[in-house]
Design a protein around this ligand. Structure first.
Ligand SMILES: Nc1nc2c(ncn2[C@@H]2O[C@H](COP(=O)(O)OP(=O)(O)OP(=O)(O)O)[C@@H](O)[C@H]2O)c(=O)[nH]1
Ligand SMILES: [Mg+2]
Ligand SMILES: [Zn+2]
Length: 295
């Protein structure tokens, strides 16, 4: 039986890339299969001339988000999450932190992509410096001018990565800059406004995987619609500490269960007092810990 990677889930069908050709092929799903997403691996069988996905192979990793109806898979078998921000729409750290935490909890490396660096923005520059100082990989990019694209392409060799970030930051534009043959649809901000606030606001409407080379081992890249507000599953203490290494480094407190409020001997309060930790970073830590309001 042929092995294939799921490129996209299209309602009742899958778009898959069977090995070794990786030529995109539509196939139906055997009814017993669990919900499959881009990056999943399946086995295919011929069924009276039609191609059928008959078996879902075990997942190495799974990125999920919380919905009103419970956790929902977004993409499978990633190793890297490309958390994208740009000068416009205005970036906010508190929208990026939950993506970092979700990446850690799913076992993925978060990379930060600072796009549209052809347009100056103090907010984006401040985040760029902040994430660099915290030790995260940050890439300076312009999909428009081509800046940084070669370095990102090299870094992505052999990786399984997906874009994440607000609508309009240029995820599909970066995909097209990295691999013009993807020819992903890109939307202008004015088009976006004309379409109003409905579902159609996102230019990219389905999650779709693109192989970076002739074989899957050369790497894969997933484009996804922008998430206006990404709602992660509850964040673990471990992932919170990885997302906020500055808070974690300060948290040498007298009490093991210190909530970093008014407890005596609190390292976090001491770091706030001597200026090594900013009140804004602590507020973002608390917000990420509490999680957003129920979706
Ligand atoms: N100035 C500038 N504009 C860019 C750059 N990259 C993308 N854009 C523009 O930003 C707008 C949105 O780009 P998209 O690639 O559609 O954004 P997206 O993140 O894929 O958006 P969704 O699919 O809705 O999530 C388009 O008008 C692009 O031309 C860049 O590096 N510089
Ligand atoms: Mg897009
Ligand atoms: Zn404390």
């Amino acid at each position: 039986m042929t092995r294939a990677v799921v490129l996209s889930h299209l309602g009742h069908e899958l778009l898959v890339a069977p090995e070794p050709s990786l030529a995109p092929t539509r196939c139906a799903l055997r009814s017993a299969l669990p919900p499959l997403v881009a990056g999943d691996e399946v086995r295919l069988a011929e069924d009276g001339g039609a191609v059928l996905a008959v078996e879902a192979l075990p997942r190495q990793t799974l990125l999920e988000r919380q919905t009103a109806r419970g956790p929902r898979p977004i993409c499978a078998n990633l190793d890297t999450l490309l958390i994208t921000f740009a000068s416009a729409p205005a970036p906010h750290g508190d929208l990026l932190d939950p993506l970092l935490a979700a990446a850690f909890d799913a076992g993925l490396e978060p990379w930060l992509l600072h796009n549209k660096c052809d347009q100056a923005s103090p907010e984006a520059e401040a985040l760029h410096e902040e994430f660099t100082a915290l030790g995260f990989p940050v890439f300076r990019l312009s999909a428009k001018a081509g800046e940084g694209v070669e370095a990102l392409r090299t870094a992505l060799q052999g990786r399984r990565a997906a874009f994440a970030g607000q609508s309009g930051v240029g995820k599909s534009s970066l995909l097209n800059a990295l691999m013009p043959e993807a020819a992903a649809k890109v939307g202008s901000l004015s088009e976006r406004l004309n379409r109003g606030l409905g579902r159609g606001r996102h230019t990219t409407s389905v999650v779709r995987l693109y192989p970076l080379g002739a074989s899957l081992t050369e790497g894969t890249l997933i484009d996804a619609p922008g998430l206006r507000r990404f709602v992660p599953l509850p964040v673990s203490t471990w992932a919170l500490a990885k997302t906020f290494p500055d808070v974690a480094a300060a948290a040498h407190c007298r009490f093991r269960d210190c909530a970093h409020n008014q407890e005596p001997g609190c390292g976090v309060q001491a770091a706030l007092a001597d200026g090594t930790l900013s009140a804004e970073r602590l507020a973002r830590y608390r917000q990420c810990q509490a999680g957003p309001e129920a979706p």
